[in-house]
Design a protein around this ligand. Structure first.
Ligand code: TRP
Ligand code: ZN
Length: 866
């Protein structure tokens, strides 16, 4: 059913414009749902509808209805004649309505036929929902927009044996037997909410319970629902939830507002997790973990996502978005909140570097590519395509800049003001920024330009030393390159945390300056900024400490200066960034066949390895090779095969230069819970050492793949996967045998296999045909096709690689268009490729375009092909 309906291009191909926003003509005060859950599920809805003040009395009611089999429609108990209904592709109008009325509908939906995983769908032993952004109208006809808030009362009934568990948002107010093996549960959510926050779950799941006492002394029941057998894997997530609850009370004075907080782990899930009021639904990969089955990185991701969804309870749920263009209002703000939480519980320095690494690897490429869009977009065809690194991560950076400019206390005050003024309503980005401005007394309107302008600003820094006058002159200038549809860019306000180092590496105070807004902070507001510093010696500026703004710094530092920053500076981000610059220069030189530029990099890395910071996780970050996605961005056009070769040469050179300390770190077996930092360094050491063609290190790595600790085991397997050794074959086969019955670990095996250096297009076909491959499962799909396209550069960037990837997307588009569109990015980068790769990839994208059924994928491909 889903597939047929999508074959014809429908009216959904229209562009929705932010400027077209109009308040709704009708509002819904309350909804009662009566859902009889079965293979064919019957959904009866009773809506209390009211015409809004000021609306035209003749205005028809628009109801979104996507692929619904509508069996009945009544207004105030009377069937509505077909003459009063006007059908469109994604809903219908009802005409001639009174000012207030009760609208009832009856529909049939089939969860097991729902492969798009939007609306009500089957995942393993349960049926569950995903309603953001427009899934609710795949369940029942509704005004499916976030500025319509209603009170929900939900009655679920089902066969008790098949679906012993019946969950929905809020509190369970009644449950019991219905006879004939059926049972029911009634749920009431006391908070009015938009329908994208609706959730229901029916199935046979195990529950793990705990409780949390709020600062006000209320006891909250915490319940995690997981597949039977996985009860032992929720400790970490449960602990993270309790810490997040405490943190939001302590940091912002926000305590949880219902009696129960439920988290359901789903094996089939399109994204990371969903903040449905009181009933979060999570990708099981972001709930289930033990040191034996999950890596330290997964543990940290769980901490962040559990906190993220919890924090949405205020920033997103209590105050929601007026329309989907405001998405960053909840996502950027909530990412900022979860980042601050992770910094507090996991360490600020290492977290900040990870945040920037991720921003540079995901968001900078987006901002420089065909799908570049502002944090608050102006238009979309399919809103699911706008759940992007730009809206989330760049949005979080904007909130961070606001926080930087007004300080912690005013930010706290401003957030509290925003939440109290707009409680229970749907707000805009202006509402948020205004609340911060009012609390701080600072005019923040210039920052709104960050929400409207796409592209990453480039900040260049030049220096002049005037010995005679005893003056160091720094000149900053900013420039944002054009992006699709936005040719001319304005200057943006840029908070610039800056340190000046003297010859001995000691900081020198910043001089008085109108742009100075703090001890080490300047606010650049125009195109240029000049700073004259009286000094009897040349000073070394260290710009953008802590990555104080999401910009690209272009500086003329020489190798020695970068080395000084990397070795002497106290700001961890600045040290890491200086090393990244050296890495990029070394790579660029290798691309030109010039190996000499490696020397300063290797020398600096040796100095750091010989005298590492105390935090081993930080040491591992400093010594790590750069991410290819970021390195790629350094070139206007790339020859991918040369790119890969140069990176391999570079890693091998680093491995040789650091061989001594790496060998020591590689020998260790840190398995304690508190030893994540040590593990990071051990895994890094293995990752480099296997490149040196020595049997001893590869045998050591193979041994480590047998470790009971998953960070070590998977780290060693990933290291070996860069080689084509018999050790890899043996280790991979035994890893597979050990974990074939654990889907989440098997996903990791698939991902490593797809990204492995020797996995060519034929081998990838083998993985797609593997008995454990599953086209319907997003995690498995991402593990195989996603890892291949993002990590296996040598084989993806071939004519056959592009073609196969396009074929995968074509097939996926027929079942799960949202996922197909999200996974399509690697195929959209042809404008930045050298010939013949550019032509091959464009050809693959163009061919796919002719076969695409969904608006989702069409919108992505068109952005690149037009
Ligand atoms: N709002 C969710 C979050 O950021 C993400 C989300 C949006 C989502 N759309 C989704 C998750 C669709 C799963 C499926 O927390
Ligand atoms: Zn979110």
């Amino acid at each position: 059913m889903a597939d047929e309906a999508r074959q014809v291009p429908t009216a959904t191909d229209t562009r929705i414009l932010r400027s077209d926003y109009r308040p709704p003509d009708y509002d819904i005060d309350a909804i009662e749902l009566d859902v009889r859950i079965d293979t064919e599920t019957e959904v009866r809805a009773r809506l209390q509808v009211r015409r809004c003040e000021g609306a035209d009395p003749e205005a028809p009611l628009w109801l979104d209805a996507r692929e619904l089999d509508l069996r009945a429609l009544e207004v105030d108990g009377e069937a509505v004649s077909e003459a009063r209904i006007r059908h469109e592709a994604e809903g219908f109008y009802v005409e001639q309505l009174p000012e207030r009325f009760e609208l009832t509908t009856r529909c049939i939906i089939k969860p097991e036929a729902n492969t798009a995983l939007e609306g009500f769908y089957a995942s393993g032993p349960m049926y569950c929902t995903q309603c953001e952004a427009h899934g609710f109208s795949r369940i029942t006809p509704y005004i499916d927009r976030p500025d319509v808030l209603a009170r929900f009362r939900v009655r679920l009934s089902a066969e008790r044996v098949r679906f012993p568990l019946l969950l929905a948002n809020g509190d369970c107010v009644e449950r019991g037997e219905e006879g004939e093996g059926l049972h029911f549960a009634v749920w009431e959510d006391p908070f009015a909410k938009p329908c994208y926050l609706f959730a229901m779950v029916a199935g046979d799941l195990a529950v793990v319970r705990d409780s949390y006492r709020t600062s006000e002394g209320r006891d909250i029941a915490l319940e995690f629902y997981v597949d039977h057998g996985n009860e032992g894997l929720v400790d970490h997530a449960m602990g993270a939830l309790k810490r997040a609850m405490r943190w939001d009370e302590e940091t912002f004075g926000l305590a949880y507002d219902l009696d129960t907080y439920m988290v359901v782990a789903a094996r089939a899930f399109n994204m990371g997790a969903m903040e449905n009021k009181g009933l979060n639904i999570f990708n099981s990969a972001l709930v289930l973990a033990s040191p034996e089955t999950a890596t330290d990185a997964t543990f940290d991701a769980i901490t962040a996502v559990i906190a993220h969804e919890y924090f949405h309870n205020y920033t997103g749920n209590r105050v929601t978005c007026r329309d989907w263009f405001q998405l960053s209002l909840k996502e950027g703000l909530t990412v900022f909140r979860d980042q601050r939480f992770s910094e507090d519980v996991l360490g600020a320095e290492v977290q900040r570097i990870d945040q920037v690494r991720m921003l540079r690897a995901m968001q900078f490429p987006e901002d420089a590519g065909p799908t570049a869009h502002p944090v608050r977009p102006e238009a979309y065809k399919e809103v699911n395509n706008f759940y992007t690194a730009t809206v989330y991560e760049k949005g979080a950076e904007i909130v961070r800049m606001l926080h930087t400019c007004i300080g912690e206390e005013a930010f706290r005050e401003g957030l509290r003001r925003y939440l109290s003024v707009h409680d229970g309503t749907a707000a805009t980005i202006e509402d948020f920024v205004n609340a911060l401005a009012e609390a701080s007394g600072v005019d923040l309107t210039p920052f709104l330009a960050w929400y409207g302008q796409a592209g990453t600003p480039r900040l260049s820094l030049t220096r002049e030393w005037d010995a005679e006058a005893g003056c160091m002159r720094l000149r900053f200038s900013q420039h944002t390159p054009a992006t699709p549809g936005q040719a001319n860019k304005k200057p943006l306000p840029i908070p610039l945390r800056l340190r000046l180092l003297d010859g001995a590496g000691e900081p020198v105070a910043l001089p008085e300056h109108p742009a100075r807004i703090g001890e080490d902070m300047l606010l650049m507001e125009a195109d240029t900024l000049t700073l004259d510093v009286p000094s009897d010696q040349p000073l070394l500026p260290v710009p953008l400490l802590g990555f104080s703004a999401p910009v690209i710094v272009e500086s003329d530092f020489n190798a020695l200066e970068l080395q000084r920053i990397a070795v002497q500076e106290r700001d961890a981000f600045a040290r890491w960034d200086a090393l990244q610059q050296m890495q990029a220069r070394a790579h660029a030189a290798l691309m030109r066949d010039d190996g000499t530029v490696l020397e300063p990099l290797l020398n600096t890395l040796q100095r750091i390895a010989a005298n590492p910071p105390e935090d081993e996780a930080l040491t591992a970050q400093l010594l790590a090779a750069p991410r290819s996605a970021w390195l790629w961005e350094q070139y206007p056009r790339v020859d991918p095969q040369r790119f890969v070769e140069a990176l391999e040469q570079q890693k091998l050179a680093i491995a040789r230069a650091l061989c001594g300390p790496l060998s020591v770190w590689a020998q260790r077996q840190p398995v304690g819970d508190e030893q994540a930092g040590e593990r990071a360094l051990t895994v890094l050491a293995l990752d480099y050492l296997v490149l040196i063609d020595a049997d001893s290190t590869r045998a050591l790595a193979r041994q480590r793949t047998e470790a009971t600790n998953m960070t070590l085991s998977l780290g060693a397997l990933t290291a070996l996967s860069q080689t084509h050794s018999s050790d890899l074959a043996v280790a991979s086969a035994s890893f597979y045998e050990r974990w074939r019955s654990q889907p989440l670990v098997l996903d990791r095996w698939f991902a490593v296999s797809a990204a492995a250096r020797h996995t060519d297009v034929e081998a990838l076909r083998g993985l797609l045909a593997h008995e454990d491959f599953d086209w319907q499962n997003p995690n498995r799909m991402r593990a195989v096709a996603g890892s291949f396209a993002r990590e296996n550069l040598a084989h993806f960037h071939t004519e056959a690689g592009y073609t196969l990837f396009a074929e995968v997307l074509e097939r996926l588009d027929g079942s799960n268009p949202q996922l197909a569109a999200r996974m399509s990015r690697p195929l959209l980068g042809f404008a930045r490729l050298e010939a013949p790769w550019a032509d091959w990839q464009r050809e693959a994208a163009a061919t796919l375009r002719t076969k695409t059924r969904s608006v989702h994928l069409r919108e992505m491909l068109d952005a690149a092909l037009d």
